[in-house]
Design a protein around this ligand. Structure first.
Ligand SMILES: [Zn+2]
Length: 82
């Protein structure tokens, strides 16, 4: 078992593998991720700032999906934020 901290509610929880979202917050995470996916289908060359503004979410939420390896910007238009 691994001890993880949820990125949304910051609760500590155990799971067999490394996770960043607890079970309570998983629906939230899925919803956020699919809205980003939808946005990228409509505007394929968006960068993290444009996605964040378009969806009215904090930029770090978008960047975090990239850090988690769940979002990829294949066309080289994405600019990584410091
Ligand atoms: Zn949580």
């Amino acid at each position: 078992m691994k001890l993880n901290q949820c990125k949304y509610c910051f609760k500590m929880f155990n799971s067999p593998d490394t996770r960043v979202v607890c079970n309570n917050c998983k629906p939230l995470d899925e919803a956020l991720f699919s809205s980003i996916e939808e946005y990228l289908k409509k505007y394929p060359n968006s960068n993290a700032i444009q996605i964040a503004e378009g969806l009215e979410i904090p930029t770090f939420e978008v960047v975090r999906f990239i850090d988690e390896g769940r979002l990829q910007f294949s066309k080289g238009k994405f600019e990584r934020l410091k």
